[in-house]
Write a protein that binds this ligand. Structure first.
Ligand SMILES: [Zn+2]
Length: 87
């Protein structure tokens, strides 16, 4: 679960809330991938925290949001890592 966006990074409580409310599944409606996998007898998660309003200045950015607001639970979604490779 990599997120190195400075002040736009969620705190540990927000991360826990994202995992708890995901039920262990990717939150992209058409995906629903299990976020926990077992590889060679080791269980890992493949979840990645994504910002809805981008933490950077990109196509999904919005200057009306502070960095802290971008790291709030309401601006985050928990996705499986395979989306990173498909998009
Ligand atoms: Zn997914």
């Amino acid at each position: 679960m990599a997120c190195s966006r400075g002040k736009a990074s969620p705190n540990s409580f927000t991360k826990s809330k994202l995992f708890a409310n995901s039920g262990g599944f990717c939150q992209r409606p058409d995906c629903n991938e299990n976020l926990f996998k077992t590889f060679t007898n080791t269980e890992i998660h493949i979840a990645e925290i994504a910002h809805i309003i981008s933490a950077n200045n990109g196509s999904r950015s919005n200057k009306d949001y502070t960095a802290e607001e971008k790291g709030n639970y309401e601006n985050l979604i928990l996705l499986c890592s395979k989306l990173s490779y498909n998009n």
